[in-house]
Design a protein around this ligand. Structure first.
Ligand code: FAD
Length: 304
């Protein structure tokens, strides 16, 4: 219920406007967001990204935005990503760019998302960058997979996120093995109806392990994107994490202690770092997926 409440608060435009207008609350929330977000600008993302690279982590960068519902907004979002890639190229920074297809056109028309993704993939190729497509609500899964498959046939620097909680993923993963892109395995962040997905449970963790094992044994490029220590330890025990095709990926600000240990243990580690003015929605998601973070956020808000 806490999760539902937080997610609906996050998406409520009136609440958001009220918060943005509040001279007291807005700066406090911004302070709480600092734990999870590099800052509001591309420069903030690049500075923090550079720090992480210097510490020995690989990075995924995302410019956070909302669903764009006009052609102009999609173009604008695409240009932001283009600009980010140019800056990374100029700074000779190796990075993955993570994005939602809804941010670059899926909410308007699949054709726009496809066109924009192709352009972004071409630019990424030029700078030796990699693009990871995020996975969104289940009513978009088919379209996202279809676009990924098309672009993956043309560019080998584009990968896809797969949500283990969706029942359909058992078939999707077998199909996706035929495409070269990296598969990032996540449990799934969206609430889905019970006929489509399973909730957090041993069954979900076992399914996660089964998918991870399948990808790794097939030598497919794989990102183990979870903060779940039990899954990571089990994969470690089975000897699956030392392979070259496997990396561990976590969100910036989440389980940094575990990530550091893994890095020091010589495992390939990647931090998913975001920046942008739409940090509010991102913060609400982080709080919703792990309610103890609410206390952490409150502490951050009152600590000078
Ligand atoms: P959980 O079972 O949720 O958590 C396991 C344990 O991890 C918790 O007990 C806690 O100790 C720790 N933990 C988890 N979350 C937090 C947190 N926020 N703060 C502190 N501790 C925490 N989801 C999508 O639906 N689509 C995507 O495209 C997508 N991309 C992602 C990319 C990356 C790199 C990562 C890491 C996640 C992504 N997610 C995405 C989110 C994912 O689906 C999960 O919601 C999220 O990772 C939490 O699940 P978990 O695997 O960590 O396991």
């Amino acid at each position: 219920n806490v999760i539902k409440a937080l997610k609906s608060i996050a998406r409520n435009q009136q609440v958001k406007t009220k918060i943005q207008e509040s001279e007291e609350l807005y700066p406090l929330l911004k302070r709480a967001a600092k734990r999870f977000v590099a800052g509001e600008t591309k420069e903030d993302g690049i500075i923090e990204g550079r720090e992480l690279l210097n510490k020995g982590y690989a990075i995924s960068l995302e410019y956070i935005g909302e669903n764009t519902d006009s052609v102009e907004e999609c173009e604008c979002a695409k240009e932001r990503f283009m600009d980010l890639m140019e800056s990374l190229g100029e700074a000779s920074m190796s990075s993955t760019i993570s994005l939602d297809l809804s941010h670059i056109g899926l909410s308007v028309h699949s054709g726009i998302a496809l066109k924009n993704l192709r352009e972004l993939a071409a630019k990424a190729k030029k700078y030796s960058l990699y693009i990871m497509i995020s996975m969104e609500e289940s009513n978009k899964t088919d379209r996202i997979i279809e676009i990924y498959k098309k672009v993956s046939r043309e560019y080998d620097n584009v990968g896809l996120t797969l949500q283990v909680h969706l029942n359909r993923s058992e078939d999707d993963i077998l199909d996706l093995l035929h495409y070269p892109g990296k598969i990032r395995l996540v449990k799934g962040a969206y609430q889905e109806p019970p006929n489509l997905a399973i909730t957090r449970s041993d069954e979900l963790n076992n399914r996660y392990l089964q998918f991870a094992e399948l990808l790794i044994k097939k030598n497919h490029l794989t990102s183990i994107a979870t903060h779940d220590e039990s899954i990571i330890q089990e994969l470690k025990k089975r000897g699956h994490l030392n392979q070259d095709n496997v990396e561990l990926e976590m969100l910036y600000g989440v389980r940094a202690d575990l990530m550091k240990c893994l890095k020091e243990g010589d495992y390939k580690t990647r931090v998913y770092l975001t920046y942008g003015t739409e940090w509010y929605l991102y913060l609400c998601h982080r709080l919703a997926e792990y309610p103890p973070n609410i206390y952490v956020a409150l502490t951050d808000m009152i600590t000078p």
